[in-house]
Design a binder for this molecule. Structure first.
Ligand code: 0L1
Ligand code: MG
Length: 262
């Protein structure tokens, strides 16, 4: 680690304040170019502890930047991982308040719900499928705290990978009943299809992203508990939204989920 504990605390507070005050900031590596991966995840850990102190609860994890479309969109070359809290969850078909967000975007995802603990190292697609209770369509609402979504990997990890909200809905399916690689998706904004894709866009198989997450956590002495919700990453690039927009994700054989931005 390159940063002091005090600096890690202060950077987490800076990012937390940005979210609470709906203000953006420059990516933190501008001022701290020497920070390393452990520093980035340590800042994320402090951010999570600040949420816990306010009463939020951990409900799962997310993998981000897991598709080549997203990596290309954001100019990076490797996935990142973050946490999901109960306060990020929105009701299916419900409202998302844009007043509390800086510059929201949405992305279509396959969400996994686990039935047994997943602990790396050594997790692979097979272990993830064996540990999955069901998969379900999900839309993640991203809101980077960085100006114009301009960040590098360490900055975005510290910022909990731009997590803001998510919705899941439609038809949950057991993984035995679905080939997640060929699963087709359509994301609609205001009734118009705006992006299309298939599950294989996420690292060849969305379960590969969950395996990477389990191995990442395992390297830090952590695991994915049974009953966790995991967002496996955007299948397409993210789409900007504003108040007045309606967004629907349709997933082949799994129905749809959606949000209204107000
Ligand atoms: O879930 C994601 O893929 C987000 C990772 C962070 C990058 C972004 O804000 O788009
Ligand atoms: Mg995502």
């Amino acid at each position: 680690m390159k940063l002091s504990n005090d600096l890690i605390e202060s950077l987490a507070r800076q990012l937390d304040d940005c979210a609470l005050q709906v203000q953006d900031t420059l990516k933190i590596t501008e001022a701290h170019p020497d920070m390393d991966w452990d520093d980035a995840y340590a800042i994320q850990d402090v951010l999570r502890a600040r949420h816990f102190a306010r009463g939020a609860r951990l409900i799962g994890y997310k993998a981000g930047l897991t598709s080549y479309a997203k990596m290309q969109q954001m100019g990076v070359d490797t996935p990142v991982f973050g946490f999901l809290l109960d306060i990020y969850s929105l009701p299916d078909g419900g409202q998302c308040q844009t007043g509390g967000l800086i510059h929201p975007k949405v992305e279509p995802e396959i969400a996994f719900v686990t039935k047994v603990e997943l602990k790396g190292p050594g997790c692979h697609i097979g272990s993830v499928l064996a540990a999955t209770d069901f998969v379900i369509p999900g839309i993640e609402v991203l809101d980077s705290r960085y100006r114009d979504f301009k960040f590098d990997l360490k900055s975005v990890i510290a910022d909990n990978t731009s997590a803001a909200y998510f919705v899941i809905g439609g038809q949950p399916l057991a993984v035995e009943g679905v080939d997640l690689r060929t699963l087709g998706i359509v994301l609609e904004k205001n009734g118009q299809p705006v992006s299309f894709g298939a599950g294989a866009a996420v690292l060849g198989h969305p379960a590969a992203a969950v395996a990477m997450l389990a191995n990442h956590l395992g390297a830090r002495g952590q695991s994915i508990p049974a009953g966790s919700l995991i967002l496996s990453g955007g299948i397409t690039e993210a789409v900007a939204v504003k108040a007045g927009d309606n967004v629907t994700l349709r997933v082949q054989g799994m129905g749809s989920t959606g949000l209204r931005f107000v």
